[in-house]
Design a protein around this ligand. Structure first.
Ligand code: ADP
Length: 348
């Protein structure tokens, strides 16, 4: 099948035309630093570029869209109709930065290609297999039920791609492997993949939990948040800005660009050196924890902008983990291919 994948982030739009039989990209277009108000126009422009660039192959058989949050409702790839769009919209409060722009992209793409099937692939769906003990938070049941509090996990499309790529590279079925998948990009998460299923993952109810990220602190004592609220200086808006945009590597060093942080650390900047040590230590703790969860680990895989490109950071994350005896692999992130394959599987 010839499938257009639209991967709409909070400020970027990645897209590709994929031949699913050959598992290859015919072409891709990326737009960075997008303002969400201009997203619909950008989608229209990208679709036109893709159509022109792949004209000799005819029109696409389907369009696949990445949706960050599928809540409890969407546990697998789903063909989009008006009802599905409404249901995704109702989940927007769970991913306010991501679901609304993705929905705008779907609406625009449907108006350009009204006759072609559109499919939604969800970042949370891969983690639908989490066992209760990994999924639940130790809060009173009525509070959990009233607010839908549980671990959903994210980056599922990327972790699924890592699983398939590792299995293909080793020529061992995923069902026979225990993998710790480290997606280290601007956002970052680790997933324990046991016998082809996600059994734990570091992001939680929202993408704030877990690793130190570009602008998010990851794991925090919730008492810190209480303290800030009680101080009177932080309302929900200020907390949102602090936790989502001003913390993590940006909070520690003033930038979320890992290349710059590495350069500054190498030039002797103590603050950057300490920030990198904290970053790697947190990854290492999760790898160790997930090895314990699975009773061992066969493969530790790295993906994402940092995970793929920085041997120094990979080495720091793996320090003292030799005892695990795991193979270490680097996987080039390809969410668009994974999305297209899931859509093709649904439609055929
Ligand atoms: P996103 O999560 O937004 O898709 P990416 O996966 O592209 O982001 O990762 C972006 C991060 O990868 C940035 O912090 C960037 O500095 C970092 N990065 C890219 N190339 C390198 C490199 N060669 N060395 C270290 N970090 C890198």
């Amino acid at each position: 099948m010839l499938i257009i994948a639209l991967n709409c982030g909070s400020s970027s739009l990645k897209s590709a035309v994929i031949d699913t039989e050959r598992r290859s990209r015919l072409l891709d277009v990326r737009l960075e630093e997008l303002d969400t108000s201009g997203l619909a126009a950008a989608v229209g422009q990208v679709l036109q570029q893709l159509a022109e660039g792949s004209r000799d192959r005819g029109s696409p058989d389907a369009i696949v869209h990445r949706i960050v949050h599928g809540g409890e409702r969407f546990l697998r790839a789903t063909r989009i109709d008006d009802k599905v769009l409404d249901e995704i919209d109702q989940l927007s409060h769970l991913a306010p930065l991501h679901n609304p722009p993705a929905l705008a992209a779907v609406r625009q793409a449907r108006s350009v290609y009204p006759q072609v099937p559109h499919v939604a692939v969800f970042d949370t769906a891969y983690h639908a297999t989490l066992p209760d003990h990994a999924r639940e938070y130790a809060l009173p049941r009525d509070v959990r039920e009233r607010f839908g509090i549980r671990r959903y996990g994210f980056h599922g499309i990327s972790h699924a791609h890592v699983m398939h790529a590792v299995a293909a590279q080793l020529q061992v079925p995923a069902e026979k492997l225990r993998i710790v998948s480290c997606h280290l990009g601007n956002g970052a998460s680790v997933t324990a993949i046991e016998h082809g299923r996600s059994v734990d993952t570091s992001m939680g109810m929202t993408p704030l939990e877990g690793l130190v990220m570009g602008t998010r602190a990851g794991d925090l004592d919730p008492g810190i948040v209480l303290d800030l609220v009680q101080s009177g200086s932080f309302g929900s808006k200020e907390l949102d800005a602090l936790l989502n945009r001003q913390s993590g590597m940006a909070g520690l060093t003033g930038t979320n660009d890992m290349r710059e942080i590495e350069r500054r650390a190498a030039a002797g900047d103590e603050e950057c050196r300490r920030a990198l040590a904290l970053y790697a230590y947190r990854v290492r703790k999760y790898i160790g924890a997930y090895a314990a969860v699975m009773g061992g680990v066969d493969v530790i895989a790295f993906t994402g902008g940092v995970g793929e490109n920085s041997p120094t950071i990979r080495r720091a994350c793996l320090e003292r983990l030799e005892f695990l005896g795991a193979k270490v692999l680097v996987v080039k992130a390809d969410e668009e291919l994974e999305m297209a394959l899931e859509a093709a599987a649904l439609l055929s």
